[in-house]
Design a protein around this ligand. Structure first.
Ligand SMILES: Nc1ncnc2c1ncn2[C@@H]1O[C@H](COP(=O)(O)OP(=O)(O)OP(=O)(O)O)[C@@H](O)[C@H]1O
Ligand SMILES: CC(C)(CO)[C@@H](O)C(=O)[O-]
Length: 300
Protein backbone atom coordinates (compact mmCIF):
# COMPACT_ATOMS: atom_id res chain seq x y z
CA UNK A 1 0.00 0.00 0.00
CA UNK A 2 1.45 3.36 -1.06
CA UNK A 3 0.87 6.65 0.72
CA UNK A 4 1.67 9.72 -1.23
CA UNK A 5 3.34 12.78 0.24
CA UNK A 6 2.43 15.59 -2.07
CA UNK A 7 4.95 18.33 -2.71
CA UNK A 8 2.39 20.35 -4.62
CA UNK A 9 2.48 18.86 -8.10
CA UNK A 10 -0.28 16.71 -9.56
CA UNK A 11 0.62 13.40 -11.20
CA UNK A 12 -1.35 12.25 -14.21
CA UNK A 13 -1.24 8.99 -16.11
CA UNK A 14 -3.43 7.40 -18.76
CA UNK A 15 -3.93 3.81 -19.89
CA UNK A 16 -6.06 1.88 -22.36
CA UNK A 17 -7.62 -1.58 -22.11
CA UNK A 18 -9.69 -3.42 -24.70
CA UNK A 19 -13.31 -4.55 -24.44
CA UNK A 20 -14.29 -8.22 -24.48
CA UNK A 21 -17.41 -10.17 -25.41
CA UNK A 22 -17.97 -13.52 -23.69
CA UNK A 23 -19.83 -16.06 -25.83
CA UNK A 24 -20.25 -18.73 -23.15
CA UNK A 25 -18.97 -19.31 -19.63
CA UNK A 26 -19.09 -21.46 -16.52
CA UNK A 27 -18.87 -19.96 -13.02
CA UNK A 28 -16.26 -21.30 -10.61
CA UNK A 29 -16.97 -20.19 -7.05
CA UNK A 30 -14.09 -19.89 -4.58
CA UNK A 31 -13.73 -18.00 -1.32
CA UNK A 32 -10.38 -16.65 -2.54
CA UNK A 33 -11.13 -14.01 -5.24
CA UNK A 34 -7.76 -14.73 -6.84
CA UNK A 35 -9.02 -18.24 -7.62
CA UNK A 36 -12.67 -17.40 -8.27
CA UNK A 37 -13.62 -16.73 -11.89
CA UNK A 38 -15.03 -18.32 -14.99
CA UNK A 39 -13.98 -20.67 -17.72
CA UNK A 40 -15.36 -20.03 -21.18
CA UNK A 41 -14.54 -18.30 -24.42
CA UNK A 42 -14.83 -14.81 -25.86
CA UNK A 43 -13.50 -12.23 -28.27
CA UNK A 44 -11.24 -9.32 -27.34
CA UNK A 45 -12.26 -6.21 -29.30
CA UNK A 46 -10.32 -3.37 -30.89
CA UNK A 47 -12.57 -0.93 -29.02
CA UNK A 48 -12.07 -0.33 -25.33
CA UNK A 49 -11.78 2.11 -22.45
CA UNK A 50 -9.21 4.85 -21.86
CA UNK A 51 -8.68 5.80 -18.23
CA UNK A 52 -6.83 8.79 -16.80
CA UNK A 53 -5.90 9.08 -13.14
CA UNK A 54 -4.84 12.19 -11.29
CA UNK A 55 -3.26 12.33 -7.83
CA UNK A 56 -1.86 15.30 -5.92
CA UNK A 57 -2.80 18.28 -3.75
CA UNK A 58 -5.68 19.35 -6.02
CA UNK A 59 -7.41 15.97 -5.54
CA UNK A 60 -9.14 15.88 -2.17
CA UNK A 61 -11.34 12.80 -2.47
CA UNK A 62 -11.59 9.78 -4.70
CA UNK A 63 -14.01 10.44 -7.55
CA UNK A 64 -14.84 8.38 -10.61
CA UNK A 65 -16.17 9.66 -13.91
CA UNK A 66 -17.41 7.65 -16.87
CA UNK A 67 -17.78 9.51 -20.16
CA UNK A 68 -17.81 12.84 -18.30
CA UNK A 69 -20.42 11.87 -15.67
CA UNK A 70 -19.76 11.13 -12.02
CA UNK A 71 -20.47 7.41 -11.32
CA UNK A 72 -20.16 5.01 -8.38
CA UNK A 73 -17.76 2.88 -10.42
CA UNK A 74 -17.46 0.29 -7.66
CA UNK A 75 -15.01 -1.96 -9.52
CA UNK A 76 -12.74 0.93 -10.41
CA UNK A 77 -12.93 2.26 -6.84
CA UNK A 78 -11.94 -1.15 -5.46
CA UNK A 79 -8.82 -1.14 -7.65
CA UNK A 80 -7.85 2.31 -6.34
CA UNK A 81 -8.55 1.28 -2.71
CA UNK A 82 -6.37 -1.83 -3.07
CA UNK A 83 -3.49 0.12 -4.58
CA UNK A 84 -3.33 3.33 -2.52
CA UNK A 85 -4.62 5.37 0.43
CA UNK A 86 -4.39 8.71 -1.38
CA UNK A 87 -7.42 10.27 -3.09
CA UNK A 88 -7.54 9.74 -6.84
CA UNK A 89 -9.57 11.37 -9.62
CA UNK A 90 -10.31 8.67 -12.18
CA UNK A 91 -11.81 9.49 -15.55
CA UNK A 92 -12.77 6.78 -18.04
CA UNK A 93 -13.94 7.23 -21.60
CA UNK A 94 -15.53 4.17 -23.17
CA UNK A 95 -15.68 3.55 -26.92
CA UNK A 96 -17.79 0.47 -26.08
CA UNK A 97 -21.27 0.47 -24.51
CA UNK A 98 -21.42 -0.05 -20.74
CA UNK A 99 -23.63 -2.64 -19.01
CA UNK A 100 -24.22 -4.46 -22.30
CA UNK A 101 -21.74 -7.35 -22.32
CA UNK A 102 -18.62 -5.56 -23.60
CA UNK A 103 -16.57 -5.90 -20.40
CA UNK A 104 -16.42 -2.14 -19.84
CA UNK A 105 -16.01 -2.45 -16.07
CA UNK A 106 -13.05 -4.79 -16.56
CA UNK A 107 -11.43 -2.50 -19.12
CA UNK A 108 -11.85 0.44 -16.71
CA UNK A 109 -10.35 -1.59 -13.86
CA UNK A 110 -7.32 -2.62 -15.90
CA UNK A 111 -6.76 0.95 -17.14
CA UNK A 112 -7.01 2.26 -13.57
CA UNK A 113 -4.44 -0.26 -12.32
CA UNK A 114 -1.95 0.55 -15.10
CA UNK A 115 -2.39 4.33 -14.78
CA UNK A 116 -2.24 4.37 -11.00
CA UNK A 117 0.92 2.28 -11.04
CA UNK A 118 2.48 4.91 -13.30
CA UNK A 119 1.17 8.02 -11.52
CA UNK A 120 2.29 6.81 -8.08
CA UNK A 121 5.46 5.00 -9.27
CA UNK A 122 4.31 1.80 -7.57
CA UNK A 123 6.76 -0.36 -9.53
CA UNK A 124 4.34 -3.23 -10.08
CA UNK A 125 4.51 -5.63 -13.01
CA UNK A 126 1.69 -6.48 -15.40
CA UNK A 127 0.86 -9.67 -13.51
CA UNK A 128 0.09 -7.93 -10.25
CA UNK A 129 -1.80 -5.06 -11.95
CA UNK A 130 -3.93 -7.67 -13.74
CA UNK A 131 -4.52 -9.46 -10.44
CA UNK A 132 -5.86 -6.23 -8.84
CA UNK A 133 -8.30 -5.78 -11.72
CA UNK A 134 -9.45 -9.41 -11.56
CA UNK A 135 -10.04 -9.30 -7.79
CA UNK A 136 -11.94 -6.00 -8.09
CA UNK A 137 -14.23 -7.49 -10.76
CA UNK A 138 -14.91 -10.66 -8.79
CA UNK A 139 -15.63 -9.01 -5.43
CA UNK A 140 -18.02 -6.53 -7.07
CA UNK A 141 -19.74 -9.23 -9.19
CA UNK A 142 -19.13 -7.10 -12.31
CA UNK A 143 -17.20 -9.84 -14.12
CA UNK A 144 -15.46 -13.17 -13.69
CA UNK A 145 -13.39 -13.85 -16.76
CA UNK A 146 -13.15 -10.60 -18.69
CA UNK A 147 -9.80 -9.60 -17.17
CA UNK A 148 -8.23 -12.97 -18.09
CA UNK A 149 -9.25 -12.37 -21.71
CA UNK A 150 -8.53 -8.62 -21.85
CA UNK A 151 -5.02 -9.17 -20.52
CA UNK A 152 -4.26 -11.74 -23.24
CA UNK A 153 -6.00 -10.64 -26.46
CA UNK A 154 -7.48 -12.58 -29.39
CA UNK A 155 -10.23 -15.17 -29.18
CA UNK A 156 -9.45 -16.36 -25.69
CA UNK A 157 -10.36 -19.76 -24.24
CA UNK A 158 -10.33 -19.57 -20.46
CA UNK A 159 -9.36 -23.08 -19.40
CA UNK A 160 -8.91 -22.50 -15.69
CA UNK A 161 -10.57 -19.76 -13.62
CA UNK A 162 -8.90 -16.98 -11.66
CA UNK A 163 -6.47 -14.08 -11.97
CA UNK A 164 -3.05 -14.54 -13.58
CA UNK A 165 -1.70 -16.40 -10.54
CA UNK A 166 -4.12 -19.32 -10.95
CA UNK A 167 -5.94 -18.87 -14.25
CA UNK A 168 -4.98 -20.57 -17.49
CA UNK A 169 -5.86 -19.40 -20.99
CA UNK A 170 -5.36 -20.53 -24.56
CA UNK A 171 -6.55 -19.02 -27.85
CA UNK A 172 -8.47 -20.01 -30.94
CA UNK A 173 -6.31 -19.45 -34.02
CA UNK A 174 -8.69 -17.00 -35.68
CA UNK A 175 -8.64 -15.11 -38.97
CA UNK A 176 -9.12 -11.32 -39.09
CA UNK A 177 -12.86 -10.71 -38.88
CA UNK A 178 -15.24 -7.84 -38.29
CA UNK A 179 -17.41 -8.20 -35.19
CA UNK A 180 -20.77 -6.49 -35.72
CA UNK A 181 -22.90 -5.68 -32.68
CA UNK A 182 -26.47 -4.57 -32.11
CA UNK A 183 -27.18 -3.29 -28.61
CA UNK A 184 -30.79 -3.86 -27.58
CA UNK A 185 -30.50 -3.06 -23.88
CA UNK A 186 -28.56 -3.54 -20.65
CA UNK A 187 -28.35 -6.57 -18.36
CA UNK A 188 -26.76 -6.06 -14.95
CA UNK A 189 -23.96 -8.62 -14.65
CA UNK A 190 -24.30 -8.62 -10.84
CA UNK A 191 -28.02 -9.41 -10.88
CA UNK A 192 -27.50 -12.50 -13.09
CA UNK A 193 -24.47 -13.73 -11.15
CA UNK A 194 -26.43 -13.49 -7.88
CA UNK A 195 -29.44 -15.43 -9.28
CA UNK A 196 -29.07 -19.13 -8.38
CA UNK A 197 -31.58 -20.38 -10.96
CA UNK A 198 -29.72 -18.52 -13.71
CA UNK A 199 -26.25 -19.63 -12.58
CA UNK A 200 -27.33 -23.29 -12.47
CA UNK A 201 -28.35 -23.15 -16.14
CA UNK A 202 -25.23 -21.16 -17.05
CA UNK A 203 -22.96 -23.77 -15.52
CA UNK A 204 -24.59 -26.75 -17.23
CA UNK A 205 -24.66 -25.05 -20.62
CA UNK A 206 -21.17 -23.54 -20.18
CA UNK A 207 -19.58 -26.91 -19.41
CA UNK A 208 -21.18 -28.53 -22.47
CA UNK A 209 -20.14 -25.62 -24.72
CA UNK A 210 -16.50 -25.83 -23.59
CA UNK A 211 -16.34 -29.56 -24.18
CA UNK A 212 -17.72 -29.11 -27.73
CA UNK A 213 -15.43 -26.14 -28.46
CA UNK A 214 -12.28 -28.01 -27.50
CA UNK A 215 -13.14 -30.79 -29.99
CA UNK A 216 -13.00 -28.18 -32.76
CA UNK A 217 -11.48 -24.86 -31.64
CA UNK A 218 -12.42 -22.64 -34.59
CA UNK A 219 -14.09 -19.23 -34.69
CA UNK A 220 -17.12 -20.75 -36.45
CA UNK A 221 -17.55 -23.47 -33.83
CA UNK A 222 -17.12 -20.87 -31.06
CA UNK A 223 -20.00 -18.86 -32.53
CA UNK A 224 -22.16 -21.99 -32.79
CA UNK A 225 -21.44 -23.03 -29.20
CA UNK A 226 -22.13 -19.46 -28.01
CA UNK A 227 -25.54 -19.51 -29.70
CA UNK A 228 -26.40 -22.87 -28.17
CA UNK A 229 -25.32 -21.56 -24.75
CA UNK A 230 -27.41 -18.38 -25.05
CA UNK A 231 -30.51 -20.30 -25.99
CA UNK A 232 -30.08 -23.03 -23.31
CA UNK A 233 -29.53 -20.52 -20.48
CA UNK A 234 -32.76 -18.65 -21.25
CA UNK A 235 -30.87 -15.33 -21.17
CA UNK A 236 -31.82 -14.48 -24.76
CA UNK A 237 -34.51 -11.84 -25.27
CA UNK A 238 -37.05 -12.40 -28.07
CA UNK A 239 -35.67 -9.39 -29.93
CA UNK A 240 -32.13 -10.79 -29.68
CA UNK A 241 -33.48 -14.07 -31.08
CA UNK A 242 -34.94 -12.19 -34.07
CA UNK A 243 -31.61 -10.45 -34.75
CA UNK A 244 -29.71 -13.74 -34.53
CA UNK A 245 -32.12 -15.42 -36.95
CA UNK A 246 -31.80 -12.54 -39.40
CA UNK A 247 -27.99 -12.80 -39.22
CA UNK A 248 -28.12 -16.57 -39.73
CA UNK A 249 -30.33 -16.12 -42.79
CA UNK A 250 -27.44 -14.27 -44.52
CA UNK A 251 -25.06 -17.14 -43.73
CA UNK A 252 -23.56 -15.23 -40.78
CA UNK A 253 -22.89 -16.49 -37.26
CA UNK A 254 -24.48 -14.64 -34.36
CA UNK A 255 -25.08 -14.96 -30.64
CA UNK A 256 -25.70 -12.93 -27.51
CA UNK A 257 -22.90 -11.05 -25.72
CA UNK A 258 -22.69 -12.21 -22.10
CA UNK A 259 -23.93 -10.55 -20.09
CA UNK A 260 -25.95 -8.05 -22.06
CA UNK A 261 -28.97 -7.74 -24.30
CA UNK A 262 -26.60 -7.41 -27.24
CA UNK A 263 -26.14 -9.50 -30.37
CA UNK A 264 -22.67 -9.96 -31.84
CA UNK A 265 -22.22 -11.38 -35.31
CA UNK A 266 -19.42 -12.54 -37.56
CA UNK A 267 -19.48 -13.45 -41.20
CA UNK A 268 -17.58 -16.49 -42.47
CA UNK A 269 -15.23 -15.73 -45.37
CA UNK A 270 -15.66 -12.19 -46.67
CA UNK A 271 -19.47 -12.05 -46.99
CA UNK A 272 -19.76 -9.17 -44.54
CA UNK A 273 -22.00 -6.79 -46.47
CA UNK A 274 -25.20 -8.93 -46.47
CA UNK A 275 -24.76 -9.51 -42.74
CA UNK A 276 -24.27 -5.80 -42.05
CA UNK A 277 -27.36 -4.95 -44.12
CA UNK A 278 -29.53 -7.48 -42.27
CA UNK A 279 -28.37 -6.18 -38.88
CA UNK A 280 -29.03 -2.56 -39.85
CA UNK A 281 -32.77 -3.29 -39.84
CA UNK A 282 -32.59 -3.63 -36.04
CA UNK A 283 -30.67 -0.47 -35.15
CA UNK A 284 -27.23 1.07 -35.25
CA UNK A 285 -24.59 -1.52 -36.09
CA UNK A 286 -21.40 -1.14 -34.03
CA UNK A 287 -18.34 -2.48 -35.77
CA UNK A 288 -15.16 -3.77 -34.16
CA UNK A 289 -12.28 -6.06 -35.05
CA UNK A 290 -10.76 -8.97 -33.12
CA UNK A 291 -7.83 -7.47 -31.23
CA UNK A 292 -4.61 -8.94 -29.97
CA UNK A 293 -3.74 -5.56 -28.46
CA UNK A 294 -3.02 -5.71 -24.72
CA UNK A 295 -3.68 -3.09 -22.03
CA UNK A 296 -1.10 -0.31 -22.28
CA UNK A 297 0.02 3.03 -20.89
CA UNK A 298 -0.63 6.02 -23.10
CA UNK A 299 1.30 9.26 -23.42
CA UNK A 300 -0.31 12.54 -24.46
N1 LIG B 1 -14.91 1.99 -17.15
C1 LIG B 1 -15.82 2.18 -16.19
N2 LIG B 1 -15.61 3.06 -15.20
C2 LIG B 1 -16.53 3.23 -14.24
N3 LIG B 1 -17.71 2.59 -14.18
C3 LIG B 1 -17.96 1.70 -15.13
C4 LIG B 1 -17.06 1.46 -16.19
N4 LIG B 1 -17.58 0.52 -16.99
C5 LIG B 1 -18.77 0.19 -16.48
N5 LIG B 1 -19.01 0.91 -15.37
C6 LIG B 1 -20.21 0.85 -14.53
O1 LIG B 1 -20.51 -0.53 -14.38
C7 LIG B 1 -21.91 -0.77 -14.49
C8 LIG B 1 -22.15 -1.84 -15.54
O2 LIG B 1 -21.49 -2.96 -15.13
P1 LIG B 1 -21.71 -4.38 -15.78
O3 LIG B 1 -20.71 -5.28 -15.14
O4 LIG B 1 -23.15 -4.74 -15.75
O5 LIG B 1 -21.36 -4.12 -17.30
P2 LIG B 1 -20.04 -4.02 -18.13
O6 LIG B 1 -18.81 -4.26 -17.31
O7 LIG B 1 -20.11 -2.75 -18.87
O8 LIG B 1 -20.18 -5.19 -19.16
P3 LIG B 1 -20.36 -6.76 -18.88
O9 LIG B 1 -21.83 -6.94 -19.05
O10 LIG B 1 -19.52 -7.40 -19.92
O11 LIG B 1 -19.89 -7.09 -17.50
C9 LIG B 1 -22.55 0.55 -14.88
O12 LIG B 1 -23.19 1.03 -13.72
C10 LIG B 1 -21.40 1.47 -15.23
O13 LIG B 1 -21.63 2.76 -14.73
C1 LIG C 1 -19.47 -12.94 -16.10
C2 LIG C 1 -19.15 -12.35 -17.48
C3 LIG C 1 -20.03 -13.02 -18.52
C4 LIG C 1 -19.52 -10.86 -17.42
O1 LIG C 1 -19.13 -10.17 -18.55
C5 LIG C 1 -17.68 -12.50 -17.83
O2 LIG C 1 -16.89 -11.84 -16.88
C6 LIG C 1 -17.23 -13.94 -17.94
O3 LIG C 1 -17.34 -14.51 -19.02
O4 LIG C 1 -16.81 -14.52 -16.93
Amino acid sequence: MYTYESEGADFLAKAYAPGHITGFFQIHEHEDPHRKGSTGCGIVLNGGVTTEVKVGKSVEKTEIFLNGKSVKGRTTRTVADMMTDVPVRIKSWAEIPTGCGFGASGAGALGTAYALNRALSLNQTVKSLTEYAHVAEVVNCSGLGDIAAQSNGGVVIRLQPGGPEFGLVDRIPAPEARVFCIVLGEISTGSVLRDEAATGKINTAGKAAMSELLKKPTLENFMQQAKMFASKTGLMSSRAKDVIEAANATGGFASQAMLGDTVFAISPSCQEFPLYEALQEFGQVLEYGISTCLPKLMYD
